[in-house]
Design a binder for this molecule. Structure first.
Ligand code: 5GP
Ligand code: MN
Length: 342
């Protein structure tokens, strides 16, 4: 893998020499399975190397179907511990930034990191890395950041360093970022890494159950409601979208993570190339895009929704009302602003 060139790994090895130094592992806002899996995989690795002062920090709360991962109880959630998180980042020697490539993706923690004199190491698979990092490991060809973490950890210490806890976290990251190996999954290397993780004793069926088959009844009913009442299909624009108001969310006692995966159902309709989910939040509308083939939702999210992501999975925000946001979106897709390529 070219991005793990020996000089980069050599510098990391030097950075990691001091076992007492303060190391932060930071993930992006609304962390997903890849962010948490990568962070906890790295935490388990560093603690295994006898690093004594490692702290994973998430900007905000995340879905409960990720809470089973080994080390989860050590994650500091900054929205509950604002000062502690800022103080840790200010006095850290080393900061790992995982699954994001622009400091602003970690919101307030991004501003904290910008001020910190810590060395910042980014490991990420999104396109167009931003400034502010001392060392960049960027691979847009990787299925997930967790896949990159496998390469990173084994480049530093060899396969013998792996253990079941690390493997479970990295496996969860790879599985969630590839829709259980249903997209971003055409690279043989991905399966070689999955095989190595399996050899550590990962129980794939158990992890699938913990992530995907732990719906609350409310969450399942919310999904049903989205599909039967809230799905709008615009065939001529190859687009389908779902929108959820705060009242919709309250009706189903919405909790963090309940709408995860909903957008994929809109993309599963024949001839649909662009799917969107609009979720009304306190001061903005969260926008989630998925696409197939050449339809570039990263561009769409960057250009119109203050966001970004990957070509086929991206997100952003609208600061207009839900109604205006939906009207704007329909105008946009009917105006051919989105090219579906061939
Ligand atoms: P999701 O739709 O699951 O929230 O996010 C899908 C993809 O878009 C992820 O790769 C995520 O990192 C990216 N993404 C989501 N929201 C934002 C955002 O506000 N800004 C940027 N730059 N990327 C986002
Ligand atoms: Mn990812």
């Amino acid at each position: 893998m070219p991005i793990l060139e020996p000089t980069g790994i050599g510098r990391v090895r030097k950075f990691l020499e001091n076992k007492e130094q303060s190391i932060g592992i930071i993930v992006h806002t609304n962390p997903d399975g890849d962010a948490i899996g990568s962070a906890l995989g790295l935490l388990n690795y560093l603690q295994g190397l006898q690093h004594t002062n490692v702290q994973v920090i998430a900007p905000n709360h995340y879905a409960s179907f990720l809470h089973w991962m080994p080390g989860n109880e050590q994650v500091l959630v900054a929205e509950d511990h604002r000062e502690k998180a800022s103080e840790f980042i200010a006095s850290a020697n080393l900061l790992f930034c995982l699954d994001f490539n622009e400091l602003s993706r970690a919101e307030q923690l991004g501003a904290d990191m910008e001020k910190s004199s810590a060395k910042k190491i980014m490991i990420d698979h999104h396109p167009d890395p931003g400034p502010g990092f001392d060392l960049v490991f960027s691979d847009t060809g990787a299925s997930s950041t967790a896949e990159m973490l496998y390469e990173f950890i084994t480049a530093l210490s060899g396969e013998k360093v792996l253990n079941l806890h690390m493997a479970e976290c990295l496996y969860a990251g790879m599985i969630t970022d590839t829709g259980s190996l249903s997209y971003n999954c055409n690279n043989p290397r991905t399966y070689e890494i999955i095989a190595c993780l399996m050899r550590q004793g990962v129980d794939g069926a158990r992890i699938h159950r913990l992530i995907y088959n732990t719906y609350s009844a409310d969450r399942m009913r919310l999904l049903g409601y989205c599909l039967s009442e809230k799905l709008r299909v615009i065939h001529e624009a190859h687009t389908a979208y779902i929108s959820l108001s705060s009242e919709d969310l309250a009706r189903f006692h919405h909790r963090e993570g309940d709408t995860e995966g909903v957008v994929n159902y809109a993309l599963a309709i024949e001839n649909i190339r662009l799917a969107a989910l609009f979720t009304e939040k306190e001061d903005h509308v969260k926008v989630s895009f998925r696409s197939t083939g050449d339809t570039d939702v990263n561009r769409l999210a960057r250009q119109y929704y203050h966001g970004g992501g990957h070509k086929n999975a991206a997100g952003g925000k609208s600061f207009e009302s839900l109604k205006k946001t939906l009207e704007g979106f329909e105008t946009l897709i009917k105006s051919q602003a989105v090219s579906h390529g061939q």
